[in-house]
Design a protein. Sequence first.
Length: 190
Amino acid sequence: MIFFAALTILALAIILCIIRAIKGPTPFDRILSISSIGTIIAIGIAVHGFAFQRPEFVDISLMYVLLNFLGTISILKFYKIKGKNLMDNFINILSMISLAIGSFFIFSGSLGLIKLPDVFSRIHAAGLIDTLGSGFVVLSLVLYSGFTLVSFKLLLIPLFLLFTSPISSHAISLFAYESGLKPKAKIKKK
């Protein structure tokens, strides 16, 4: 009961933040409001998890906090780059878009690790994190840092994941299957 009261209060707090985001008056008031909404949602996810006896939602909440932070910093970075030339702005915007896409895939994969019914289907969610998520985040960091030695080292991350992730996933599924676990399949009614 107390969890539902807390969720109601958090929902009201989000409404107040939305009002501030609409009223402004400055862009930074809006950024602050949206960042606060993200924080409230992260807390709400954790409270929701405990309300329904799913403490693993704390992991989703942690990921959401990181995404909220990255989003806030990315938006602030956009305000900082106004004085640079057009090509620098274009590359920074591409970097932010790539970071947002990568963060989305990492968050989606993390959600899949919680929601999917068995280890065999969860392997797909982990693959989403390892490939698309890490790939877009690394692309963002390469664009942001420019083409330097650091960029070369960053490109080694997805290269290593390209070889290690499928092998790890295959090993996990093989050992799970050999230990007696079977994939949960939905039976289609005719």
